[in-house]
Design a protein around this ligand. Structure first.
Ligand code: ZN
Length: 320
């Protein structure tokens, strides 16, 4: 086979990262653009993305060496090639992304949601290598999931399966960008942690390092830094976040009996501050059938690499 490369594109709410990947999973060239830069005009976004992609392709031996393009994007539909009503993206409609890119670059293109792409990356190159049944949960700006059953990502009837971030964790809870209330994402994403921080700081009078940071500048990393220093409110925030996450995971396990639940994304940097309460809550709510049987793991791949690698794996599925 003379097509020795694929392209992976990770379209995130903040950055769009893309790379050229070889058959062994090495990213041989990579670049990124700001997703929000052309938020009022998706055509300008596509133009910039395709220009940068073409530059990378030219650097690495030209289009003839590329088998196809795989894209991981919020609400990316594997069956239609569209992004459909993604709450964390600036373009709030049905966007035929695969078609638009193929028209400009003349390479075949496949798309799935970012969490499914991450699951494929983890299965091919990461901690899920050799696993046939697992659930990957992304804890980033939002919360997503990729469910793998019998070695295959579950896409469902319409291509959107695996939206565990929008299962309701707390009935009538926090408003979610999806338009409903109490979704897991509103508690266990990086933004959810900040919402918890603001809530806890206003409810309590207790001293906290977090009080020195204006609430509009507070980030989940600040909560982590404060937790490292033993800040009581910061520790409470992670306990609260992990407890809600663990309770939801116990429910998810009952659906597909996975070998492992793999956490992925920025918030996993909190390590045991998040994992310990998650594990405790998960085991507390777990059906006895699965007590102490389900591994709770953290992705072994670098965040940006995993998403690009996962997306790129779809490129091998492309028909020429
Ligand atoms: Zn939601």
């Amino acid at each position: 086979m003379d097509k020795k490369y694929v392209i992976g594109i990770d379209l995130g709410g903040t950055n769009t990262v893309f790379g050229i990947v070889d058959a062994n999973g090495n990213i041989i060239a990579q670049n990124s653009i700001k997703t929000q830069k052309h938020k009022d005009n998706v055509n300008l976004y596509i133009d910039e993305l395709c220009n940068e992609l073409t530059a990378l392709i030219d650097q690495t031996g030209g289009k003839n060496a590329i088998k196809g393009i795989g894209i991981g994007a919020p609400n990316g539909n594997y069956y239609t090639g569209n992004i459909e009503f993604a709450p964390n993206l600036p373009w709030q409609h049905v966007l035929p992304l695969s078609k638009m890119i193929t028209e400009k670059i003349h390479l075949p293109c496949k798309i799935t949601n970012d969490a499914n792409a991450a699951a494929i990356g983890e299965m091919t190159y990461g901690i899920a290598k050799g696993m046939k049944n697992f659930i990957l949960i992304t804890l980033g700006t939002g919360v997503g999931s990729g469910i793998v059953i019998n070695g295959k990502v579950v896409y469902g009837h319409d291509g959107f399966a695996g939206e565990l971030g929008h299962t309701i964790a707390i009935h009538d809870g926090r408003p979610c960008p999806c338009g409903r209330c109490g979704c897991l994402e509103t508690y266990t994403s990086a933004t959810g942690v900040v919402r918890t921080a603001i809530e806890f700081l206003s409810k309590s009078k207790e001293d906290s390092l977090l009080r020195a940071i204006p609430s509009n500048r507070l980030e989940s990393k600040d909560v982590y830094d404060a937790a490292v220093k033993g800040d009581k409110i910061a520790l409470d925030i992670f306990n609260y976040t992990g407890t809600i996450l663990g309770q939801s995971i116990a429910n998810f396990v009952a659906f597909s009996a996975p070998e492992a639940v793999i956490l992925f994304g920025g918030l996993t940097k909190a390590g045991e501050f998040l994992l310990k309460p998650t594990r405790i809550a998960m085991e507390k709510d777990m059906l006895r059938l699965w007590s102490n049987k389900i591994k709770l793991l953290v992705s072994s791949l670098k965040e940006s690499n995993a998403a690009v690698l996962g997306a790129s794996a779809l490129g091998w599925e492309c028909e020429e």
